[in-house]
Design a protein around this ligand. Structure first.
Ligand SMILES: C[S@@+](CC[C@H](N)C(=O)[O-])C[C@H]1O[C@@H](n2cnc3c(N)ncnc32)[C@H](O)[C@@H]1O
Length: 241
């Protein structure tokens, strides 16, 4: 059945609906996808919710020391590059680390201008610096995980991040499937991106999903903020005060 006609009332699990980007492919294809994803992020103002949440985080009294920020599933690293600019602009000292399971991500991120950012190949839990982690972020990452994996990820972030964590992902709405299909064809984005965009939306979230996932992970709903961000994002933030 065409994706745009599928029932979106329930989140599809990654095993039911695979993305091409998660399958073995050449470095050239993976890198080209990341380049186009950075364009998608720019056009859809995807950095904004994360940067605005970071603004709230640094406004918490007592946040004087340099922040160690980790982006899980960082891909080509455009979010961390946006954070590097944000920190310069705000005069905030940060140390930035991108973690991604696919070794092509670190290679592509370095080629796209590393600028003092550390790139690590490994899964979310493999990076354990002795000084710990202040902030854990992700963008377009959680829809790559099954529900039990997301619960584990939330519980790990809650235990690990000293100051807070922020998930920036897609909002499962039919309108966004149509908009993405039109945009990606018109802009001639990479064939993987044209295929994976609607699949990602089908695997993404509604507010109720995040409520259930946070509860199952043992994080109280009074501790998290779940916010729709037009166009197409649904974000979950946890600020520790
Ligand atoms: C759609 S890309 C998102 C890239 C980037 N964060 C962005 O917003 O454009 C998802 C990334 O998550 C990575 N990934 C998937 N499963 C992972 C895991 N278990 N641990 C770390 N990275 C993972 C993939 O390799 C891929 O680079």
């Amino acid at each position: 059945m065409p994706l745009e006609r599928m029932n979106l009332s329930k989140r599809a699990q990654p095993s039911e609906l695979p993305e091409w980007m998660d399958k073995p492919c050449s470095y050239e294809d993976f890198r080209a996808c990341l380049v186009d994803l950075a364009k998608v992020n720019r056009i859809t103002l995807a950095h904004r919710p994360t940067l605005q949440w970071l603004d709230r985080l640094i406004a918490v009294p007592g946040r004087g020391k340099p922040l160690h920020i980790v982006d899980v599933g960082c891909g080509g690293g455009d979010m961390l590059r946006a954070i590097a600019k944000w920190s310069k602009h705000r005069g905030i000292q940060v140390s930035l680390t991108g973690v991604d399971l696919n070794p092509y991500a670190a290679r592509a991120a370095q080629e796209m201008n590393a600028g003092g950012i550390q790139w690590i190949t490994g899964d979310a839990y493999s990076y354990t610096p002795p000084e710990g982690i202040d902030v854990i972020l992700s963008s377009l990452f959680t829809h790559h995980l099954s529900d039990p994996e997301i619960e584990r990820f939330i519980a790990w972030m809650e235990d690990t991040a000293h100051c807070g964590w922020f998930i920036n992902d897609l909002h499962r709405m039919r309108i966004y499937v149509h908009i993405f299909q039109t945009l990606s064809k018109t802009a001639h984005w990479h064939r993987f991106v044209q295929h994976d965009g609607p699949v990602s939306i089908r695997r993404s979230f509604r507010t109720e999903d995040w409520r259930n996932l946070c509860k199952a992970a043992g994080v109280g709903l009074d501790a998290v903020q779940i916010r729709k961000r037009i166009p197409g994002r649904l974000c979950v933030g946890r600020l520790k005060t």
